[in-house]
Design a binder for this molecule. Structure first.
Ligand SMILES: [Zn+2]
Length: 318
């Protein structure tokens, strides 16, 4: 009996550790609450709030045991900001990609990478990218793309905790300045921190927080890698989702920068809505439970791709 009690005392803290590494609705919600908070003023590149968000992401990477590359999580770059038509003064600001790596366990395959990405910036107080033209108001971007950033942190945490089940390595990237013209991903693909040819697949999440009643997760690019279509359709049932899978239709977000370098890509989202790029893209409209399902779906796809024995090859869809 005493032995049993002693054993239980040892097991309890481990159980808690394991629970934290899981994808949870609570953590998804907490991340979106922070990112889309008024205090972060729409996560505009080059602001003090941008810096605060970057620090938050780095702290979370560290807690999850995601490693640095070349002894840093930060990849700084200069971003030229979009301005209204006719404005001649185009400001250039300093901003960052936040990058971490989860090393695979196979001595050979760990030199190949799968990138999971999401942009962490938004359009600040509005401006030329806002659908409400002359409104000056915080655009919280709860779906675009606090949702994708939260998914990135949660999936990254779980991958890191289960790294012994991954043959290939995973790179986790929160891109900066996507809304200014995919600037963070363009910078990364022209200044990659691992050889570009070792990146075999890039999966991007941009607006994954509004899963609808039909539970449809949309994606483009599934035909850019071998057996991508079958995989992404097949995982739907396991996760109680209805995947709408396109072979091509590579467009709209940071995965485009990788596709242009002949890298296989998958761009995932839960669909557009009237609140897109308005001050009304708020957390109360996020389907947290649905986002957890989406995270589990993407997690399973990554684990599968990290372990496939066949080479992952690029298939052009143009
Ligand atoms: Zn976006």
């Amino acid at each position: 009996m005493r032995l049993l009690l002693t054993a239980l005392l040892f097991l309890v803290p481990f159980k808690n550790l394991l629970a934290q590494a899981d994808i949870t609705e609570d953590e998804i919600k907490q991340h979106i609450e922070f990112l889309a908070a008024k205090e972060n003023k729409g996560r505009y590149p080059g602001t003090a709030e941008n810096r605060k968000v970057v620090n938050y992401l780095i702290e979370d990477f560290r807690k999850s045991g995601i490693s640095k590359i070349n002894s840093t999580y930060r990849q700084p770059f200069k971003a030229k900001l979009k301005v209204k038509k006719g404005v001649l003064d185009t400001p250039v600001v300093k901003t960052w990609n936040v990058i971490g790596v989860i090393e695979g366990s196979d001595p050979q395959l760990k030199r190949e990478y799968i990138v999971l990405g999401a942009h962490c910036d938004h359009i600040g107080m509005g401006g030329p990218s806002s659908k409400k033209k002359d409104t000056v108001a915080i655009h919280p971007g709860a779906d675009d793309n606090a949702s994708g950033t939260a998914a990135l942190l949660e999936i990254g945490e779980k991958l890191s905790a289960n790294r012994n089940q991954l043959k290939r390595s995973i790179i986790i990237i929160a891109f900066g300045a996507e809304e200014q013209g995919l600037l963070g991903s363009k910078y990364f693909t022209s200044h990659p921190t691992v050889p570009l040819e070792s990146i075999k697949l890039m999966m991007n999440m941009d607006m994954v927080g509004r899963l609808n009643e039909k539970r449809e997760i949309y994606m483009g690019g599934a035909g850019t890698f071998n057996s991508g279509m079958e995989l992404m359709k097949g995982l739907g049932a396991e996760c109680n989702l209805n995947p709408i899978v396109h072979a091509g239709e590579v467009g709209g977000s940071d995965h485009v920068s990788f596709y242009k370098k002949n890298i296989s890509v998958l761009g995932l989202h839960t669909g557009g809505h009237p609140q897109y790029h308005t001050p009304e893209d708020v957390i109360s409209l996020i389907n947290i439970k649905g986002e957890k399902q989406v995270c589990e779906y993407i997690y399973k796809a990554i684990v599968h791709m990290a372990n496939v024995s066949n080479p992952i090859s690029f298939i052009n869809q143009n």
